[in-house]
Structures are given as structure tokens and as C-alpha cells.
Design a binder for this molecule. Structure first.
Ligand code: 5GP
Length: 206
């Protein structure tokens, strides 16, 4: 995989943790930031658009793509497949975009392992965990979203309890506050990451 100077931003948070809103704010404020649209086998929620929210695939089609080795990473989450197409990320990074992957902790682990072997991914990678302030707040957010029944909410909360302890494997943790606070903090992280000497094209000064 090749890239120019774009960052590969892995953003993980439990379902309902606010990562979609955060990502949308980031993209609205910074035209160079784009989200890699994932594939999933879960059914679309009301208002979700195929190709924008996710690429919605049948299980059969998803498994065909696994067999063709098309995914940079994929995972089973809540019984459904979710995955990032390698070609999507490759094309966006090659154009110099900062690419956000809103993926779960299993996907993040895979990307971390790829980065350990591929220098250009390692160079581009910035990992951020968006931590809900508490399980209670997360439950309130999931209920407010009004898209899931009680059993689904209970399953997502269980999953959140399993995901939250992984926060310290990431480069950064943002304890989620207001949408404005979350955005300000993530923008600050990206600004600092872009200024790293290791990413600078500043000429040698003698
Ligand atoms: P939801 O169904 O709420 O949209 O997403 C459920 C979980 O799947 C979230 O934790 C989300 O980050 C994760 N997810 C979404 N897309 C991907 C992906 O491409 N790869 C992986 N590993 N997880 C994903």
C-alpha cells in the first residue's frame, strides 16, 4: 500500500458512543478528512443510505469478498460482518486524504498488526478511542437514538463493557463530553499529529 501524507485515523467507540457524529463534524470542518465507508451484513437502519452509511452486503457476498482477500480488516460484531475494503483506503490515502476508519476494537487490533509490518501504514496511523463517560450515559444515548429494541440495547451494552477495557491500546483516549468538546479534542490530536517531525517534509537545515 502506498500513500502521500494522509493520516489513517482509527476511531473506535462502543456502538452509540458518538463516533459517527464526531466523524461527521470532523469532515464538515476539514475538507481533507474523509471516512472510509465500511461494508456490513447488518440490515440498514431507518435513514441509512447504501454506499453512504455503509455498503450493505448479503452474508454470501461478504464471504466472497473475504475469500478474494479484499478486506484490509473485517470482524464479526453483534453477529454481523463489518469490514474495510483495502482498495477504498488505498485510493483515498493515495489522493492525500486523511482517512477515518470508524471500526471496532477487533478491527483496530488487525490494523495495528498490519502497521507493525507495513511502514507506510505505521507512518500514517493514529488511533483514537472515544470513551463513553459511563455505561449509564451510553445506555441513555442508545435509548435516545430510538433505533434498537431492549434486547439489542442490552447486547450493545454488553459489547461496550467488553470493548471499553481496550482503550489503553490506542494512542489517544477522549472521554466523550459534548459533541463540540469531542470535536475540539480530536481536531487538536490531528493537528499535532500532522506536525510530527517524522511526517514533516521540511527541508534539512544546515
Ligand atoms: P453499528 O451497527 O452500530 O453501525 O456498528 C457496530 C460496530 O461495528 C461499531 O463498533 C462500529 O465501529 C463497528 N464497525 C463499523 N464498521 C466497521 C468496519 O469496517 N470494521 C470493523 N472491524 N468494525 C466496524
Amino acid at each position: 500500500m502506498t500513500n502521500k501524507e494522509g493520516l489513517l485515523i482509527v476511531l473506535s467507540a462502543p456502538s452509540g458512543g458518538g463516533k459517527t457524529t464526531l466523524c461527521e463534524r470532523l469532515m464538515a470542518a476539514d475538507a481533507n478528512v474523509v471516512r472510509s465507508v465500511s461494508c456490513t451484513t447488518r440490515a440498514p437502519r431507518v435513514g441509512e443510505v447504501d454506499g453512504e452509511s455503509y455498503v450493505f452486503l448479503s452474508r454470501e457476498e461478504f464471504e466472497k469478498r473475504i475469500a478474494r482477500d479484499e478486506f484490509l480488516e473485517y470482524a464479526l460484531v453483534h453477529g454481523n460482518y463489518y469490514g474495510t475494503l483495502e482498495k477504498t483506503v488505498e485510493d483515498l490515502l493515495a489522493k492525500g486524504h486523511d482517512v477515518v476508519l470508524t471500526i471496532d476494537v477487533q478491527g483496530a487490533e488487525i490494523v495495528r498488526k498490519i502497521a507493525a509490518k507495513e511502514a507506510c501504514i505505521d507512518q500514517a496511523l493514529v488511533e483514537v478511542f472515544l470513551m463513553p463517560p459511563s455505561i449509564e450515559v451510553l445506555e441513555k444515548r442508545l435509548r435516545k437514538r430510538n433505533t434498537d429494541d431492549d434486547a439489542t440495547i442490552a447486547r450493545r451494552l454488553d459489547e461496550a463493557r467488553r470493548e471499553m477495557p481496550h482503550w489503553n491500546k490506542y494512542d489517544y483516549v477522549i472521554v466523550s463530553g459534548t459533541p463540540e468538546e469531542d470535536h475540539r479534542r480530536l481536531a487538536a490530536i490531528l493537528e499535532a499529529e500532522r506536525l510530527r517531525t517524522t511526517r514533516s517534509s521540511f527541508p534539512e537545515v544546515s
